[in-house]
Design a binder for this molecule. Structure first.
Ligand SMILES: Nc1ncnc2c1ncn2[C@@H]1O[C@H](COP(=O)(O)OS(=O)(=O)O)[C@@H](OP(=O)(O)O)[C@H]1O
Length: 360
């Protein structure tokens, strides 16, 4: 049979047959070429073993039984199955791609200090591809400890490959049970401590409390941070919580007792707020990850004077307005009294940590 109209003539039938055979050879060549192309693509991705598509609700996954792979909290790049957490919070098991994603316990924790820039630090570290940062505070080692390690693991972000997970709960610095609990979970935990001028920290803490606690909306900073016996006897109120939290040395020893000094990295919070990259570089070195974060990732906004992240669309991603809020105006004489009060504590803090270059 031929695909061409047949003429009952010997010569033309011969031509038709030749053309038919040529066409069939050509078509089979094209088909072979296309299929061999697919095979080459598949081979590049490694052995293709396409599993049936399944969906999991990530909220139901526990550390031990529901992941489709044993020990899948430690999935590595050799896995060629794709795990994607989608926007509707489902966990999809796709096919043939090097994109393992799983929750991991943190290898580093930002332990404090409150009001010294912990939120900005977590946010900025979050752009590093080798880090998976839990930005919301978990309070696990302080108030949520009874919820257990499974709960803690589920708070962690999904991370790819060998990314390091980091969590941030600045309250930890002050809690006496916390260093021991962290060390019990992981003796090798790296601790990041961002510190700042204790006088400014006290004022910042007061500003936050005033904002949150509307009852004290009319109280003045001086009334809370000082005791007034008479005009000549004005002292720093040692019982005031915000003052106490700025006595950094008081809470340091509990950390030095639980961790070797080289596992604690101190970030200069004042330097960080005016030049984030320099301090972030030092953290990259401490965590042993690539130097990825560059000045072009940030832009200072004239609105608050703080740095924000540049997004791909060149729009700025700034911290919420609860960060970088206005401070009450405090007379210089009170600020000087506070500075004097903290001086001894500061010296002890610097000495214990063997750090220098701080101007407070
Ligand atoms: N980039 C950027 N944007 C906004 N704010 C910045 C930034 N860098 C540092 N800071 C300083 O961070 C202070 C808040 O510190 P924390 O995030 O540690 O506060 S908290 O403990 O989580 O409440 C915040 O304190 P306040 O100014 O009192 O709000 C800032 O001084």
């Amino acid at each position: 049979m031929s695909v061409f109209p047949v003429r009952r003539n010997g010569k033309s039938m011969k031509i038709c047959h030749i053309l038919t055979i040529t066409l069939i050879t050509l078509l089979s060549g094209i088909v072979t070429f296309v299929f061999s192309g697919f095979e080459a693509t598949a081979n590049k991705r490694g052995p293709v073993n396409v599993p049936s598509r399944r969906e999991f609700n990530i909220n139901n996954i526990t550390t031990t039984d529901s992941f489709p792979y044993p020990d899948s909290n430690y999935l590595n790049d050799n896995s060629y199955h794709e795990y994607v957490i989608t926007q509707d919070n489902t966990f999809k098991h796709g096919y043939a791609e090097v994109k393992a994603c799983a929750r991991r316990f943190p290898e580093a924790i930002i332990i404090g200090i409150q009001k010294c820039g912990t939120t900005a630090l977590a946010e900025f570290l979050g752009i590093h591809p080798q880090l998976a940062v839990k930005k919301e505070q978990t309070y696990f080692f302080s108030s949520n400890y009874s919820l257990g390690l499974d709960w803690y693991l589920h708070q962690m972000p999904c991370s790819h490959g060998n990314a390091i997970t980091i969590e941030r709960t600045p309250q930890y610095y002050y809690m006496k049970h916390v260093p021991g609990r962290i060390s019990e979970m992981d003796r090798g935990m790296k601790l990041i401590l961002i510190v700042c001028d204790p006088v400014q920290r006290t004022v910042s803490n007061f500003a936050m409390a005033k904002y949150r606690n509307r009852e004290h909306i009319n109280s003045r900073f001086e009334e809370e941070a000082f005791t007034f016996k008479n005009d000549h006897d004005i002292r720093v109120n040692e019982n005031n919580l915000y003052v106490d939290k700025s006595r950094y040395a008081k809470y340091l020893q509990q950390w030095l007792d639980a961790f070797p000094r080289n596992q604690i990295h101190v970030v200069n919070g004042d330097a960080f707020s005016i030049n984030p990259v320099q301090e972030l570089r030092k953290i990259e070195t401490f965590l042993n990850i690539d130097p990825y974060i560059k000045p072009f990732h940030f832009e200072r906004t004239p609105v608050s004077g703080f740095y924000c992240l540049r997004s791909k669309s060149r729009r700025l991603r700034c911290l919420p307005r609860t960060k970088g809020r206005a401070h009450p105006v405090v007379k210089q004489e009170y600020l000087s009294k506070l500075k004097q009060y903290f001086a001894e504590q500061n010296e002890l803090f610097f000495r214990l940590l063997r750090i220098e270059g701080f101007i407070w």
